[in-house]
Design a protein around this ligand. Sequence first.
Ligand SMILES: [Zn+2]
Length: 641
Amino acid sequence: MEIKVNKNQTRTAIYVRISTAQQKTDRQVVELKEYAKSHAITIDEDDIFIDVISGFKNGEIRPQYSVLKQKVEAGFYDQILFSEFSRLDRKPSNLLKSIEYYQSKGVHLYFKKQNIWIRDKSDISTQIMVSVLAVMSQYEIELFVARGIDGKITAIKSRGTNCGGFTAYGYKVTPVDHKLVIDEEEARVVQRIYQYYDEGRSSLYISDILNSEGIPTPYRTRIGESEKKRKAKGMEAKHYARIGACEELRWRPSSINRLIKNPLYIGRREFTFFDPEPSNPLPTHKRQGRKLFQQFVTQSEDLRIIDDALFKRVNDMVKEKAFNRNLGIHRCNLLKELLRCGECGGNFSVGGGRAERKYRCYGTLSRCDKPRTCDCGAELTMDRLDGLVLNMCINKFVNHDIEVEASERIASAKKMIEERQSVISEYQQKMKDESDRFSSFVRRVIKNAASDDEANAWIAEERPEYEVRINEMTDSIKRAQSDIDMYKDKIGAYTKMRRKANLVSRQKQLLEDRNLVREYVRGFISKIEIYRASRLWALVVVKFLDGGERWGTIKTCRYKNSEVVVDSADPKKIEYTGIFVNNDKHLLNYDKGNKMVSINVGHDLHNGGSNVENVPFEDFMLRAKNAGYAGSYAKYQYERL
Ligand SMILES: [Zn+2]
């Protein structure tokens, strides 16, 4: 490259490094141009070197910087303007080398942020600067940043300052001391949201109300504020591709759900700080496995918008709703949440017609948006698997010290009833106030209206709104009442459970009360794994919360006549055969890859010889059958009880 050198005037260059994440018209260039102008330094467009760094690979590639260096090498420039040290080099050690290089070429450097000129070695401020840089090692720089975090944490803990980021809805940050405080107007909206939810309104309903009232969404307010700040600094408006124009933002059910879960509304602030790692070039959100620096929680009543009881109640409702979202749960079933596919680790779905409902590994479903992920997951008839599992657990359930459990549950149900009753009386009072207000309004109208027609018109105008409010309150009362009925039913079930009965009749009694059965299943079983152990049989491993384990088998297809037991007195009563093996000591292990069972010494099915016997699953079944572990179980029609 041929470079003409004109030594008659001082030639100045600007070097700028920007990331693609930033706007093209970066402020660095503008600021440096302004500086040059105010100091009578002329700069041509050719003298501006811009490197756009996309992502961060090892060893930055800076093509424009190379061009600049070539020109410096040719003696083309006398001085270069940078916006800050890091634009010349990120690493302090390299920075020092670069500075020494330019000094040797007689090129002066200016850094805008530090507001410092580095000239030749005779210049005293240059000497100081360079020696400071030489002393500052990477370690010290990191320490320096860490001290910055320490200061931030101290400020949060002692003065309740905000720590940047998105300010939660319902709060604002004071301009001078950067404290987080309640924004009264937004706080009222937050209270309304919790109130509505508590009354049983859906998030969709709540977002519709807020949208219809034109209440700005959290994002809209915050983006508006940040735009104002950017404008004040002379920066261009940011474009938010993902959310579109902020005027069009609307409240969504997801915004309501997110808001409801924020513990800040009960004054609880949760903080997590990671090690800053200033030398890591990745942006913080892309880093993985970051080291925790400090994690803490503060509680400040000044920030409380919602009381603890309401917060807990509403969050319990959210959890309950999320839990019930699956239609399989909505149409009740006994085991779905406990079932795991042993083959793929997936959950089970509930499906099939009303006549024969089935549990089926989710991974075996194939939809266009969710391709099949499990090749051999089982599909099992619901009432048969329910029956098998109950048969495996019933003794455990019955032997449990029912007495203690029941008393505790009765006490907690009573407490729930009390709480709902207080809700009811509160609403009854509100309704009374409301109707008092309306009748006094009617009296006033009758007194002041010129004619009966006019009075009627006024009342007719006011009445619908009054009726809506009364209806809403009536609904809330009805809901609380139905909760009370439900808890009363539960108390009934627990009381029955408490009455002493012998084992067999208690088993029978338990199976007849499906609420109780469900309570027990939840109370005892931690997980049920289903393996497709052979072509026709599935292995059902029931894991109990106390660490115990039972194995059972179930056929994945139709049972042969030889595999069912028919009650001679009642031909409709069919029982299905299978094997039931106790594995409380975990002496049996199933290897799903080879469809083999390893039997450790000490188990009844161990036949002597080596410590661990490995047998194919079919042989294992045969061995268990011969050893007398075969049994039968009846269907359990949980849904139809
Ligand atoms: Zn599966």
